[in-house]
Design a protein around this ligand. Structure first.
Ligand SMILES: Nc1ncnc2c1ncn2[C@@H]1O[C@H](COP(=O)(O)OP(=O)(O)OP(=O)(O)O)[C@@H](O)[C@H]1O
Ligand SMILES: [Mg+2]
Length: 274
């Protein structure tokens, strides 16, 4: 990394999240070791929305688990703010792909959203305020007393998003959160994420294997190679910040960017041994 800066930055340009030389090897012991992630280095600035795409098995979930402090890297480190992540950090929330398993069926929608706020030891009045605000942000204020299993898949995923938003994280990690919902719901949830991101100024790392989704959502798309994983390219998405499902997706620039990411993924699939 070079340190040649011609003039001092006007704003704080320190990254929110810094992934440095991350390597993860599973197993050993009785099984053969699997090198899931070889050497990943990238930074995410405060308030940025970065998408990560890569072929199935590329190590995207492994990467996210290391960032979330749910797993220790074999080599390298993840730095959040100024601190190396060694366990689940306080300012981070994660939305997993499998909403069915991420909500507690014996708790109501409201109780599910409130649970992490109790763990944060917030007073009751503040918890109620945050829960009401988050549920209304995802358009679910009318079902707060329902149980997750009484809701559709898309609604359950919105509850998971509300729970993450209510927590007021500095960094929100999302691992293929919309893979299991229908196309229309998915488009609505994509717009919801962008709207919440623009409103709350939260830093988002969004993992998806959907190329169009990555270009539609992100300010940058980090393309990973297939396992063992390195960063193939960090693509800047120079589309206007105002995005809409029809106009943006049919624009010429969107087409060029999706073609670029698509061809990188094609290369990534054949990129086995470096
Ligand atoms: N607990 C584990 N033990 C051993 N190997 C694992 C484990 N978890 C993942 N792997 C291996 O690590 C590699 C990366 O897996 P990972 O789940 O991170 O990929 P992914 O990019 O998230 O895939 P997908 O797009 O299918 O979700 C794969 O080869 C996988 O088999
Ligand atoms: Mg995965």
């Amino acid at each position: 990394m070079t340190s040649t800066v011609s003039k001092p930055p006007l704003t704080d340009t320190r990254p929110m999240l810094d992934v440095r030389g991350l390597k993860k090897v599973y197993g050993g012991g009785r099984t053969d070791p699997v090198e899931a992630v070889r050497d990943l280095t990238f930074s995410v600035a405060p308030g940025e929305l970065v998408c990560i795409v890569g072929p199935s098995g590329a190590g995207k979930t492994t990467l996210l688990k290391c960032i979330a402090g749910l797993m220790q890297p074999t080599e390298g480190e993840v730095v959040l703010g100024a601190q190396t992540v060694s366990g689940p950090p306080a300012g981070m929330a994660v939305v997993f792909q499998e909403y069915g398993r991420s909500l507690f069926p014996w708790l109501t929608v409201r109780q599910n959203v409130e649970l992490p706020l109790k763990e944060k030891k917030l007073p009751k009045a503040r918890r109620t305020e945050l829960v009401v605000k988050a549920l209304s942000a995802v358009g679910l204020e009318h079902v707060h007393d329902s149980y997750p299993w009484q809701l559709s898949g898309g609604m359950q995923q919105r509850v998971a998003i509300a729970r993450a938003v209510a927590y007021e994280p500095q960094v929100l990690l999302m691992d293929e959160p919309f893979a299991a919902v229908d196309a229309q719901t998915r488009a609505d949830l994509e717009d919801l994420v962008r709207e919440l991101w623009r409103r709350l100024g939260v830093t988002i790392v969004f993992v998806t294997h959907d190329i169009d989704e990555s270009v539609y959502l992100g300010q940058r798309v980090i393309v990973l190679s297939s396992s063992p994983t390195v960063v193939m390219e960090d693509v800047t998405v120079d589309l206007p910040a105002e995005r809409d499902q029809i106009g943006t997706r049919s624009s010429q620039r969107f087409g060029e960017l999706r073609t670029r990411v698509y061809s990188l993924i094609q290369q990534a699939k054949h990129h086995h041994d470096l």
